[in-house]
Design a protein around this ligand. Structure first.
Ligand code: THU
Length: 161
């Protein structure tokens, strides 16, 4: 018997001023699309922007449903749109921003488990790490260099064979 320890790493930016110009634009796109999310039930609006290897940017926001589980998160809307449009494309970066109608979201909002699994699928497929940046409406921006830092010991297709 032995213990196994996994450590993960994140970079914390105090403000968007610390991001590159490209990253600031990507964050802005996530914020813009966040504010047109369809979230009448939770009042929690999330936006995501995806930078592809070919420099195309695809955005998405959360789409809720009166049958609650039928709704989908912003990250998966953006990622699936990106991969439908560019099926052989590679994702370089994803930016996520969240805002609430009820409270000031002043801490970073990390992607949910299902969205982490979706990001993991494409990181595995493309054999190239995906940078994940997430924030609230105000405050710090957190960056993970790979989904492996957000979803250590993940399930992937290597376990199917
Ligand atoms: N949501 C996202 O869009 N992304 C996440 O990573 C977490 C949650 C959405 C789903 C739902 O529409 C609302 O936020 C409240 O959970």
């Amino acid at each position: 018997m032995h213990d196994h320890k996994i450590s993960t790493k994140f970079t914390v930016f105090e403000s968007s001023d610390e991001l590159s110009a490209t990253e600031q634009e990507l964050l802005q796109k996530a914020i813009e699309i966040r504010d047109s999310a369809y979230a009448p039930y939770s009042g929690f609006n999330v936006g995501a922007s995806v930078l592809m290897q070919n420099n195309e940017v695809i955005v998405g926001n959360n789409q809720e449903n009166a049958a609650y589980p039928s709704g989908v998160c912003a990250e998966r809307v953006a990622i699936w749109s990106a991969m439908s449009t560019f099926p052989d494309g590679k994702i370089k970066k994803i930016f996520i921003s969240a805002r609430s109608d009820k409270t000031a979201v002043d801490r970073p909002v990390a992607p949910c488990g299902a969205c982490r699994q979706a990001i993991a699928e494409y990181e595995t497929k493309q054999h190239q790490d995906i940078e994940i940046f997430f924030t609230g409406e105000f405050g710090e921006i957190v960056k993970a260099n790979s989904i492996k830092d957000l979803l250590p010991w993940m399930f992937d297709n290597s376990m199917l064979s």
